[in-house]
Design a protein around this ligand. Structure first.
Ligand SMILES: [Zn+2]
Length: 59
């Protein structure tokens, strides 16, 4: 697993900073401080698999 965690793009339109969550549950944009809200998809199913695939892609 990458030490940087998952890559995110800030949801703030005027920011759009790309950053890594550093494996934290609530990643915060280092530039504007916006907290990224991650959907709670802990149920076993397609959604969870999709999340795993997304994480793998950035490692
Ligand atoms: Zn930001």
């Amino acid at each position: 697993m990458s030490v940087h965690g998952t890559k995110f793009t800030c949801a703030e339109v005027s920011c759009q900073t790309k950053f890594y969550d550093m494996n934290k549950e609530s990643p915060v944009c280092p530039k504007c401080g916006l907290v990224v809200v991650i959907p709670k998809a802990r149920k076993r199913g397609a959604g969870d698999e999709a999340l795993k695939a997304k994480r793998k892609k950035w490692q």
